[in-house]
Each structure stands twice: as structure tokens, then as C-alpha cells.
Design a protein around this ligand. Structure first.
Ligand SMILES: [Zn+2]
Length: 277
């Protein structure tokens, strides 16, 4: 075999890898989406995630397919002695996939692992202030979007959300941070965009910070006043968990998030609490 032929073959292999890889991945995802969920899995979700029952039939099929892809592609790692059961994986995957239900072909592509602790966990954090002074301290967290490949959750906190009766959902919160990192929406809010969803959110964020400063109790958890990224994550929790309430109290926040997520959860049926978790 000549050196020239070897080069041609090597180039052909590289081209096949570049073109074929994504095609194979897309085909694998399409097959997984077509499988969807089993009746047993739907029954588990009906008990554990009442919001699942509210998703309209057309979207429900799409959600089932996204959940199947999520479960196949992401590794769940139990930490602190926790064994992550299939039902726990299903519960987390469903709430994460609710957020991308309206987005094209999005299943958190770069995410590799979801780490799950039994309860809140301690992480070392480093802060740099404006003068360059570095402070190191330990934080106790319910969840963290650690980096592009990992999200960490406290199972105790996961079970406290997802019921649609209060605006608390640590899975939605952390996956909203993940989407924010990808899209830079909170940076646009911080940059006080002139128009569009980020401009609406910027005005609402200002109003919220002022209300918190005045000692008032805002509609959103006051933690949303921490910064624009937390505002987006906390507002996303309310958008998924209590959409009718936030649409009534803050129509601009609802409109901005409906545009970002391409979903209208306020039009979905009201969830009824399941018989137990
Ligand atoms: Zn946060």
C-alpha cells in the first residue's frame, strides 16, 4: 500500500467519524425517543411527580421520549452511601426534561453525570471580592450545577419539590442554571437589554431587589435578589411549579420565561397531589 493511499484512507476515516458520529447519535436518540416510557414508569411518575400528569397528551409523548434519552445518556452517581434507584432516576430526569420540553432536540447534551447525596451536602467555595481578597468557606447546598458535565442534588430536597403546590424545585433550579450557563440569559438580564425577554426580566429583577430592600415579602423567594442568575433559576422554579400564580402576580416574568422555554404551563391542568411519594 502506498503512502498516498494510506493518507486517503485515513482522511476518509476521519470524515466518516466526523459526519457519522452525530448521525449515529441522532439515530440512537430517535430510537430511544420512540421507545418512550413503560406503563410501570408512568405509574411511578404519576405518584412521584404530579406535574407529569399535567403535561398535555401531545407534549407528554415528547416528554416521555426525552426522559428515555436522558436516562440512557446520563450517569447517576449515588454519593454519601446513597443508592440511586430507577424510580429516583426517573423522578430527577422527568423534572429536568420538563424544562427542555419546548426546546428543539435539547437533552443537556454536554451533561455526563448527576450526583445525588442523601441530603444537603457541604462544598468548599472560594470568593474573590472587588479588591482581590480571596475568602474560602464551606457552603451547605441542596443542589449545584457544578460544571458543564455534572449536576449535584440532595435527594431530600428533590422529594420536597415537584408537586406543583409551592414554588420549590431544586431539580428545576439547578437545570435552569445549566441552561443559563449555555445561553447566557442572566448575563443579558445583568446587561439590561433594551428589549425582549431579558429586558422584561431585568425590570422585574430591579423591582424585586427594591422590594427586598424595603423589607417587603416578594412573590418569589427573596433568594432571587442574590443576583441575576439566581433570579432566573428561582423564577424558573415558579414558572414550572406555580405557573398560574406567577402569570397572575408577574405577567412579565411569565411572558419572558414562556418565550425562553417555549412552553405555556399556565394553560396546563392544575396538578392534584399524588397519594404519596
Ligand atoms: Zn442557584
Amino acid at each position: 500500500m502506498t503512502a498516498g493511499l494510506l493518507v486517503v484512507l485515513a482522511a476518509a476515516a476521519v470524515i466518516a467519524w466526523i459526519v457519522g458520529g452525530p448521525l449515529l447519535a441522532a439515530r440512537r436518540r430517535a430510537a430511544l425517543r420512540a421507545v418512550g416510557l413503560s406503563d410501570a414508569e408512568r405509574a411511578i411518575l404519576s405518584r412521584r411527580v404530579p406535574l407529569y400528569r399535567c403535561v398535555p397528551p401531545g407534549l407528554r409523548e415528547r416528554l416521555d421520549g426525552l426522559i428515555r434519552v436522558f436516562l440512557a445518556e446520563k450517569e447517576f452517581i449515588g454519593c454519601g452511601g446513597l443508592e440511586v434507584t430507577p424510580a429516583m432516576k426517573l423522578t430527577i430526569a422527568t423534572q429536568a426534561c420538563l424544562l427542555v420540553l419546548g426546546r428543539d432536540e435539547h437533552v443537556y447534551d454536554e451533561l455526563r453525570s448527576v450526583l445525588v447525596y442523601p441530603s444537603q451536602f457541604v462544598v468548599p467555595q472560594t470568593w474573590h471580592d472587588e479588591d482581590g481578597v480571596v475568602t474560602e468557606e464551606e457552603s451547605v447546598l441542596a443542589g449545584q450545577a457544578w460544571d458543564v458535565s455534572r449536576i449535584i442534588l440532595s435527594w431530600e430536597d428533590v422529594t420536597a419539590g415537584g408537586r406543583g403546590d409551592e414554588a420549590y424545585n431544586v431539580v428545576v433550579h439547578e437545570f435552569a442554571h445549566y441552561l443559563d450557563h449555555e445561553t447566557g440569559v442572566s448575563l443579558d438580564v445583568a446587561g439590561r437589554e433594551d428589549s425582549g425577554p431579558a429586558a422584561l426580566l431585568a425590570r422585574e429583577y430591579e423591582a424585586l431587589c427594591q422590594a427586598v430592600e424595603r423589607g417587603e415579602e416578594p412573590f418569589l423567594d427573596p433568594y432571587a435578589a442574590e443576583d441575576e442568575a439566581e433570579f432566573f433559576a428561582v423564577a424558573s422554579e415558579a414558572f414550572i411549579e406555580t405557573p398560574r400564580e406567577i402569570a397572575a402576580a408577574h405577567p412579565d416574568i411569565y411572558a419572558a420565561l414562556a418565550s425562553f422555554y417555549r412552553l405555556d404551563p399556565a394553560s396546563w391542568p392544575v396538578p392534584r397531589r399524588g397519594p404519596g411519594r
